[in-house]
Design a protein around this ligand. Sequence first.
Ligand SMILES: NC(=O)C1=CN([C@@H]2O[C@H](COP(=O)(O)OP(=O)(O)OC[C@H]3O[C@@H](n4cnc5c(N)ncnc54)[C@H](OP(=O)(O)O)[C@@H]3O)[C@@H](O)[C@H]2O)C=CC1
Ligand SMILES: O=C(O)CCC(=O)C(=O)O
Length: 448
Amino acid sequence: MADAEAYIKDLKETITHRDPNQPEFQEAAFTVLDTLKPVLEKHPEYIKANILGELVEPERAIQFRVPWQDDEGNYQVNRGFRVQFNSAIGPYKGGLRLHPSVNLSIIKFLGFEQILKNSLTGLPIGGGKGGSDFNPKDKSDSEIMRFCQSFMTELQKHIGPDLDVPAGDIGVGGREIGYLYGQYKRLNGSQNGILTGKGLEYGGSLARTEATGFGLIYYLNALIKDQGESLKGKTIKISGAGNVAIYAIQKAQENGAKVVTASDSNGYVYDPNGIDLDTVKQIKEVERGRIKEYADKISSATYTEGSVWDLDIDYDIALPCATQNEISGDEAKLIAKDGAKYVAEGANMPSTTEAIQVYKDKGIIYGPAKAANAGGVAVSALEMSQNSERLSWTFEDVDGQLKDIMENIYQKSADADKEYDLGKDYQAGANIAGFEKVAKAMLAQGLV
Ligand SMILES: NC(=O)C1=CN([C@@H]2O[C@H](COP(=O)(O)OP(=O)(O)OC[C@H]3O[C@@H](n4cnc5c(N)ncnc54)[C@H](OP(=O)(O)O)[C@@H]3O)[C@@H](O)[C@H]2O)C=CC1
Ligand SMILES: O=C(O)CCC(=O)C(=O)O
């Protein structure tokens, strides 16, 4: 039997050989593999059963055509995906992303991340992800509806309340979930909570909208407290101005921190007085506008094109909440130079491999995405529970459970860090804690 190091090396070569054109998937898989050596050394039975070889291969990857008609009557075709990665601990669970950049590599990286993230929540959910290269940004409501109906017409053949329960991600919010749910219901005639992030009028959970952003701050609070500090009085740089960023700003402000930036894919606003959240919500949630408009409305703010991570100001905490690979190695060096002591990830894989190495070299405490942003999927699982028992829990109840789950996730990562003597490496801690549960479940179920 190969030793742990040779086994990991072999797996990486297999992935590179099988999926040479999937850089995002390779990045996500290699990052996890690189941190699991100590577990494999302690548990050679995982090598014997080739658990990692199974883990990096999706149980199923579905690709389909999504034809739809635009407002001018033209026939359009997009590409749809659902990757059902791992069901060892429960039904596949993970969002749908609508963005022109979507391809199989991106959906596989997101689905792979979802396996260990969902395991960390402590809830019985496996990992999956889906989406399409459709761009919802410049589309009318009717076009979005027709696209969603067509997408669900195919997707509904592959999902089910005990099989695979999708939700939102970039480009998929309440409007899209509503159209997708309506089409599922029309085709199947059943009200079985097949999607999460639903409207409150038809089976959604209170606090799901807020969950990822609030959860990020609950996780950050636990992390910071363990270092003997608190959020009060800290200055935060945040990227994004979507669902995750907005509710992270809200909860950070409630905890006495000052958030000074928000961004979108065109540029960022810097407001030294602290971001006015009502203005951001009005622009982004109501008007579906651009973040640039914030600087037109708020006189203390400036707007700059480009990446918010290139803005050179002093601050304490970085919260990337936009998209993958938004922080390069050079930008991580700037984060360190600006004096930030913590990075906690609201987005999925926002830091490149080089950036993560910089955090480690410079002693920045790093909360990885699969731990820090697990609040969204955790409350999705709570939405599934409420749907099953045909009940709606109060906001306080769901929010309280979310807080407990996020504190537990931090604790599990910190415990693994201690057990394996990793030196405050909460990334490796999260990977190990998430992996151990999935590995035990896979081993128990044999070859499946
Ligand atoms: N929603 C959820 O519950 C969860 C989301 N996540 C992750 O959080 C991140 C944000 O998701 P969410 O807030 O839901 O998505 P939204 O669509 O609500 O918002 C995304 C934000 O990120 C910006 N953005 C997207 N792509 C880029 C890019 N290439 N460069 C710079 N900015 C970009 C968008 O700007 P623009 O409008 O210009 O595109 C927008 O401000 C994603 O990585 C997602 O996978 C993780 C866990 C759960
Ligand atoms: O709520 C869900 O099921 C999906 C959340 C998600 O896509 C994520 O955690 O990245």
